[in-house]
Design a protein around this ligand. Structure first.
Ligand code: SF4
Length: 183
């Protein structure tokens, strides 16, 4: 935090999100320089707005290997920062305890021993909260990124305007999205 403060300066606005990511508001003319310095300090920087957010992962308490830290890193690299009709949150849990609440995310991944289950359509906010539904189970690691990219790409191509992901899932149906993951 001290390093971030020294780079962004005392006038920058910093906000901690409920999912432990930091939003930093900086002057536009210093943005690129600040981003470079943050990245040089080993931090990951993503744009804000209508994009897929960086992966909201658990704390990997079962150990890096058992909980799939490397898989989560690869998934984050593949999905963070894609332009989408509305901001998309993708969660990851290293075991079925799901302490990072993957079923309350737009897309949630749960590691089950050596396989992965994917859930879609979670909504934690507002009066119409929803628990994500299971899209697919028993995926091998190599299928994880391609399947999630297919869902994101289908959402980008077929959302009506700024249609929220949960509403999109309801409209096109879970069954159609399941077929897309198999094609
Ligand atoms: S989801 Fe599982 S592995 Fe990850 S922090 Fe929670 S209990 Fe630990």
């Amino acid at each position: 935090m001290a390093k971030i403060g020294s780079i962004v300066g005392s006038n920058a606005k910093i906000e901690m999100t409920p999912f432990k990511q930091l939003y930093v508001e900086v002057p536009f003319d210093r943005r690129d320089l600040i981003q470079e310095e943050l990245e040089r300090a080993g931090l990951e920087v993503y744009p804000a707005g209508f994009l897929t957010k960086s992966l909201i992962a658990c704390n990997f308490c079962k150990g890096a290997e058992d909980a799939g830290l490397e898989t989560a890193r690869k998934l984050n690299q593949a999905i963070a920062g894609i332009e989408t009709p509305t901001p998309l949150k993708i969660g990851y849990a290293g075991c079925a305890l799901g302490t990072s609440e993957p079923l309350l995310k737009d897309i949630g991944v749960v590691k089950m021993k050596d396989m992965f289950d994917i859930y879609i359509g979670g909504e934690p906010k507002g009066l119409k909260t929803a628990i994500a539904q299971k899209l697919v189970s028993g995926l091998t690691e190599d299928r994880l990124v391609p399947v999630i990219r297919k869902i994101i790409d289908f959402y980008i191509a077929n959302a009506k305007g700024k249609e929220k992901f949960r509403k999109f899932v309801e409209r096109v149906s879970l069954e159609q999205l399941q077929q897309i993951t198999q094609s």
